[in-house]
Design a protein around this ligand. Structure first.
Ligand code: SF4
Length: 241
């Protein structure tokens, strides 16, 4: 039985999203992220002390208002920020949602995975129906320089999803001049295909809709001078998948 009083810090809710997993989904954006991706769209989720605290019970009540829209394929996606930072809360939330017969999807960077807390993540994946994970860069150097993260940590998390047989979708943001070369996308595809639970790879174009968020926070946007990625570039790279 889920601990319905367990609390998590939440940035925001999106009642019905169509791009974060299959079907129509209630999306929960958690607060807090240890990475600093150069193109991050949600810098307002970084601070782990921000957002608002909710219990599992309060979140489930919100979700249930929308369940009739989920249909056969939809459900709930927990995104961020970085949901692995609040793995215990997400585990209790997913446990409660699964008890209601609702599909659960974890949209993560994998950046907060730690071998020392493996059992915590195993418990979370045991109640997760789908993992969506970004492979942002393909070398340790680029992960560190452009995301303040570690590729090996992300690959260890992906190995755990494979070991536990959780279906996996991989995403990659295409940033002109950084992650848009055929070599880079081919290297990302090769990394993703190491995992036999992989079901899908998605390329997402770099966009700059987040500029006003950076201005409001008084943080310089590292990608201010980089052009947005066009649909033609995505179509060209799509052939490599
Ligand atoms: S992992 Fe996501 S929320 Fe965190 S910095 Fe990167 S893009 Fe932003």
């Amino acid at each position: 039985m889920a601990d319905s009083a367990c609390r998590g810090r939440i940035h925001s809710f999106q009642s019905l999203g169509a791009v974060d997993g299959p079907g129509l989904r209630f999306v929960i954006f958690l607060q807090g992220c240890p990475l600093r991706c150069m193109y991050c769209h949600n810098p307002d989720t970084w601070d782990p002390a921000g957002g608002t605290e909710y219990t599992v019970d309060e979140v489930v009540k919100r979700v249930l208002r929308y369940r009739t829209y989920f249909g056969e394929d939809g459900g709930v996606t927990v995104s961020g920020g970085e949901p692995l930072l609040q793995a215990e809360f997400v585990t209790e939330l997913f446990r409660a949602l699964k008890a209601e017969g609702i599909h659960t999807c974890l949209d993560t960077s994998g950046g907060a995975f730690a071998e020392a807390r493996r059992e915590v993540f195993e418990a979370l994946l045991s109640v997760t129906d789908l993992v969506i994970c970004d492979i942002k860069f393909t070398t340790e150097e680029d992960y560190l320089s452009h995301a303040k993260g570690s590729l090996s940590r992300i690959l260890s998390f992906l190995s755990l999803t494979q070991a536990l047989r959780v279906p996996l979708w991989v995403r990659h943001v295409v940033v002109p001049g950084y992650t848009d070369s055929e070599e880079e996308v081919s290297a990302m595809v090769a990394l993703a295909r190491r995992y036999d639970n992989l079901q899908k790879i998605e390329l997402l174009p770099f966009r700059k809709l987040c500029v006003t968020k950076y201005e409001a926070l008084g943080i310089p946007f590292p990608c201010a001078d980089i052009p947005e990625c066009g649909e033609a570039a995505i179509a060209r790279l799509q052939t490599l998948l």
